[in-house]
Ligand binder design. Structure first.
Ligand code: AMP
Length: 584
């Protein structure tokens, strides 16, 4: 398969912002592909060679990519760099300069999917003293054989910024359209949610059809998309929604961990499925020791513990464990306890389809519990008074609130979905009008006066799970201290793009656009209709979306969340509606 066909398809995808159009471009392209080629193409469309959780990334520094462009195109380094400063994207630079060179080149060989994957693998795996030079050489060789469009995407892939706009959801739509039907879409998504591997799902679907997809199960080592909770504004409503009876657990203020344990290996993934094994290696070791069986996947909340008093410490303390530098001392000084709340797999059995109570029973017997590995505190509550007193206990123990969990037969572990099988109820709901929001930064406005020369305000967006778009909800300019104002470029500039990303929806026009990557926690006074903001646009009123009034940065960068895990548009809508209910 020629790489130019793939690059042309990426270019078609990039030229549209319509998700329907992208789906049909991809579905057409997927037809008749070899299953293993389809797998590679799916990864490449995301700018990768492997699923997201794979520990090694291509990520070549821009300066190295520029050197390869200079060497392949024959243009001088400073000319290439000058163009890059103007364009802000190595892909565009390569496209422009390689096209200038093309007429002169006589000895190019057409790139194939196989040759591109093999060269990219070489770049990814090259290590040691001369590895940077080797990478530049391999890339330059690929660019030498590229046409302009191929060059654009090769540079984007190696620098880890693909930007063709085809989200995971669009790819799943296209797979359903090409190999199955609309009705099968949820089953295809389930297979993705339990493996986090779109390439694998595509390959199985192309090879074995829906039968194969239905047989895809959770697997030790492949992270599983986490199940999430809905929220309600009062404990009375929580109990009512749970039909009068549910399990209630403390809601701990720590970091979610999904641990994949075998007798001789451990992997710990964060809620956004980053590998945090090294950061929590003490917890990991203890989980391995304490597991009674051979293999398990569990979830729990890692909470920092005061070594003197044994009390739980606030979230900020456990975030020290995310450091790259000084991790050893963080591990020594800040002991952590894992409060386990779910088990998804044990010794050959996928448990995700069992109801909550069965999973909880299995979890409670699967480990020896001690000071580092323990279960969440849980009680069965049957009315509002019992719920209130359990909530008070949780707050007394320095927890954020409670998690209500359904006891119905349908209370399976729903990977990757947010629903009312779990309902969170937090202390903030008591105190303020609304909960905080976790929002993705999609743009910035330059500051004035004291903030001249800095980003003065940020454009913030919620995630629309149905469309894969990031829809703005506020312009955030309050709550920034001097340190944060200074830190903003380092935090955001690697996500800077020239034009509005196709998956961003807003009525505002910031000075700088960002790819949605960085998530910040934002508090707000209330939610209001706004013509400029596009979250839930048209849901309440034809020509308005929902915006946050008086937004304020709380000081928390939610680096444990990916942009897709930002507060979603339907939550914003529910919270808007809640403002008018009796509960608040
Ligand atoms: P939020 O981050 O506000 O959406 O709340 C959901 C998060 O609460 C989960 O992702 C977990 O990290 C955390 N959590 C704390 N305690 C529990 C618990 N008992 N059950 C499930 N999740 C919990």
């Amino acid at each position: 398969m020629l790489f130019s066909d793939i690059a042309d398809t990426f270019a078609k995808l990039e030229s549209t912002s319509s998700r329907l159009e992208m789906t049909s471009i991809l579905a057409d392209f997927f037809k008749g592909l070899e299953p293993s080629d389809l797998r590679d193409i799916i990864y490449l469309s995301q700018g990768k060679l492997h699923p997201d959780f794979y520990p090694v990334e291509l990520g070549m520094a821009d300066k190295m990519v520029l050197r390869a462009i200079a060497s392949a195109s024959g243009f001088k380094d400073d000319k290439v760099e000058e163009m890059w400063l103007k364009e802000g994207d190595t892909g565009t630079v390569a496209e422009k300069l390689i096209s200038g060179k093309k007429q002169m080149s006589l000895f190019s060989q057409p790139l194939t999917l196989k040759s591109v994957v093999s060269d990219l693998t070489k770049i990814e795996t090259s290590e040691g003293k001369n590895s940077q030079e080797a990478k530049v050489k391999t890339l330059s060789g690929m660019l030498h054989d590229s046409g302009p469009t191929e060059a654009r995407y090769i540079c984007r892939i190696v620098s880890g910024r693909m930007r063709v706009g085809a989200s995971a959801m669009t790819i799943l739509d296209a797979l359903a359209q090409c190999y199955a039907d609309k009705e099968s879409r949820p089953e295809i998504e389930r297979a993705f949610n339990v493996t986090c591997d779109m390439g694998l799902v595509g390959e199985v679907l192309a090879k074995d059809g829906m039968e194969g997809v239905r047989n895809i199960q959770v697997k030790v080592g492949n992270p599983i998309k986490v199940m999430l909770a809905e929220r309600l504004p009062s404990l009375g409503e929580v109990i009512e929604k749970m039909d009068g009876r549910c399990a209630m657990e403390f809601k701990y203020d720590g970091m979610r961990a999904q641990a994949h344990i075998t007798k001789d290996s451990i992997k710990i993934y964060s809620r956004r499925l980053e590998n945090l094994t090294d950061n929590f290696f003490d917890v990991g070791e203890r989980l391995m020791q304490n597991l009674k069986g051979n293999e398990a996947i569990i979830e729990g909340e890692c909470v920092a513990i005061d070594p003197d008093t044994g009390n739980m410490l606030p979230f900020q303390m456990v975030t020290h464990r995310r450091r790259k530098h000084g991790l050893d001392s963080a591990i020594r000084d800040i002991p952590v306890r894992i409060f386990m709340f779910d088990i998804l797999y044990l010794d050959g059995k996928d448990l995700t389809n069992l109801p909550y109570e069965e999973r909880r029973n299995i979890l409670s017997q699967a480990f020896d519990m001690d000071d580092m590995v323990t279960l969440t505190t849980m009680e069965i509550v049957e009315d509002e008074t019992q719920a209130e007193s359990f909530f008070d206990k949780a707050i007394g123990a320095k927890c954020e609130g409670v998690m209500a969990k359904s006891l119905s037969d349908a209370s399976v572990y729903r990977a990757g979905s947010r629903g009312f099988l779990w309902i969170k109820y937090k202390k903030d709901y008591h105190e303020a009008l609304t909960d905080t929001f976790d929002l993705a930064v999609v743009g910035a406005f330059y500051g004035m006066g004291k903030r001249a020369g800095k980003y003065g305000a940020l454009l913030m967006a919620a995630y629309d799970q149905d469309t894969g778009d990031f829809c703005t909800v506020c312009k955030l300019g309050t709550g920034f201290d001097d340190a944060f104002l200074d830190a903003m470029p380092a935090l955001l500039d690697s996500t800077k793009v020239k034009d509005m990303p196709t998956n961003v929806k807003t009525g505002l026009d910031p000075d700088v656009w960002f790819e949605p990557k960085v998530v910040l926690e934002v508090a707000g006074a209330d939610l209001t209709l706004s013509p400029n903001h596009k979250a839930a646009y048209g849901w309440v009123k034809d020509d308005a979306g929902i915006g946050i009034r008086f937004p304020r940065y709380t000081g928390r960068v939610r680096d444990d969340k990916s942009a897709e895990q930002a507060t979603n548009v339907s939550e914003i809508f529910d919270m808007y509606e809640m403002q008018f209910s009796d509960g608040l």
